[in-house]
Ligand binder design. Structure first.
Ligand code: CTP
Length: 398
């Protein structure tokens, strides 16, 4: 019962994803939370007050001007008696109203009147999400200290493909657990890059590497468990992404850098991705055909170095930047030089020689390199490395 005695005020906005919120209510109650639902007028077009009330085991609040409720419990008290306010789905319209400080119905009034932490779970059409106005509102809301979960990319109910799909109920429940855990990283925003990148040669072929994304996913999970808000930027990895993170899927190094820049400001950046060092200078827009004339000549160009870019001094530089160094020989010397070259604060170095069995395995044996020198950690599981790193980060920040 990870959410025992926690009180969640759940605002259900008007989007097709509202049906997933019904499952979220179930997941939250399974974890011991009490859920007080507020259904916006638009939300009631998608789910009925009766089904919400039945699942929540609670009265559903629907209208600011319900005099009985005003007598029993005013909207200000309603918004303040919760441990967390969750807006799911957070529609483009609700986000805009929140960013502007509207108080035009019960949901927006109590969001404005509250001093309780707020988490939003956006869901909308991909064009609406990408629109400059929504992105502006998103930046405003983040700046106001509101936690943002998702949205995820994928096929949408409207038939389009891209970011806009509401995160899954289990992911949202994990994020709520993290936010309410009161862990040592509560209130910290941490960027984690993970997985390989795919660099296109033509529409069907790409340059890639064998990174599974296991260590990056484990780190994100460990940070979430300590209460951090994690922005997880991942290339196409085999390991499924962890729950409870702000998930951004990318393909190429360029896209990864863009997603990282968009995530700033963050308190900590951890670059666990195996970014391809090179890409094809001009990928073909049509499938390349075999010709009798000879083999294709692929001209390569260097990819941006994300770790070095994030480490550059400036107002947006995270307080702590952590890189990885996978080496096969002279591990400590090479990793120490890499720390200098990239300008990061810590390097987690490991020996990936075939005889260690680390590449693709579940264990890892790392050396943490900081300005205080090299610190060897015993061989342990990737989950334990992640947990230990998360605790070290918490100690460094606090
Ligand atoms: N990294 C990055 N962007 C790149 C390349 C690497 O962010 N384009 C990050 C990785 O996520 C990792 C660290 O840099 O944290 C080490 O990457 P590595 O590829 O080992 O470093 P290189 O600069 O390529 O050095 P070497 O050629 O010695 O392998």
């Amino acid at each position: 019962m990870t959410l025992a005695n926690k009180r969640i005020l759940l605002i259900i906005g008007g989007g097709i994803a509202a049906f997933k919120t019904l499952d979220l209510i179930r997941r939250l109650r399974e974890r011991g939370a009490s859920v007080t639902p507020v259904l916006t007028r638009a939300g009631a077009e998608f789910v009925t007050p009766l089904s919400v009330a039945a699942l929540a085991g609670s009265k559903v609040y629907t209208d600011l001007f319900d005099l009985t409720d005003e007598a029993e419990m005013g909207h200000i008290q309603l918004s303040r008696s919760a441990d967390l306010i969750v807006v799911a789905p957070a529609t483009a319209d609700l986000m805009a109203k929140m960013a502007q400080g509207h108080a035009s119905d019960l949901a927006t009034t109590l969001l404005l009147a509250t001093d309780t932490p707020v988490m939003i779970v956006p869901a909308m059409n991909v064009r609406m999400w990408d629109h400059a106005a929504t992105q502006r509102n998103l930046a405003t809301l983040r700046g106001d200290g509101i936690a943002v979960i998702g949205p995820e990319s994928g096929d949408m109910a409207c038939g389009e493909h891209g970011p806009g799909r509401m995160s899954e109920p289990l992911q949202i429940a994990a994020a709520i657990e993290g936010a309410l855990s009161g862990g040592p990283l509560k209130g910290r925003r941490i960027l984690v890059t993970s997985g390989p990148t795919h660099e296109p040669i033509d529409p069907v072929r790409y340059i890639a590497n064998r990174s599974s994304g296991a260590q990056g996913a484990a780190i994100a999970r460990a940070l979430t468990a300590l209460g951090a808000e994690v922005v997880f930027v991942t290339g196409p990895a085999d390991t499924p992404p962890p729950g409870g993170v702000d998930l951004h899927r990318v393909e190429t190094a360029d896209q990864m850098l863009d997603a990282c820049r968009a995530a700033l400001p963050v308190d900590v950046a951890i670059c666990a991705a195996a970014v391809a060092d090179w890409r094809v200078a001009s990928a073909s827009s049509c499938k390349m055909k075999k010709t009798k004339g000879g083999l294709p000549q692929l001209e390569l160009t260097e990819n941006p170095d994300i770790l070095a870019t994030l480490s550059q001094p400036g107002p947006q530089r995270p307080a702590l930047v952590v890189g990885f160094a996978a080496e096969t020989d002279d591990v400590i010397e090479n990793a120490t030089a890499k720390r200098q070259r990239k300008g990061c604060d810590w390097i987690v170095a490991n020996d990936v020689s075939p005889q260690t069995g680390i590449m693709g395995g579940s264990d890892n044996e790392v050396t943490l390199i900081t300005d205080a020198g090299a610190e060897g950690w015993p061989r342990m599981s990737k989950d334990e490395v992640a947990a230990r790193l998360a605790v070290r980060i918490a100690a460094d920040l606090n």
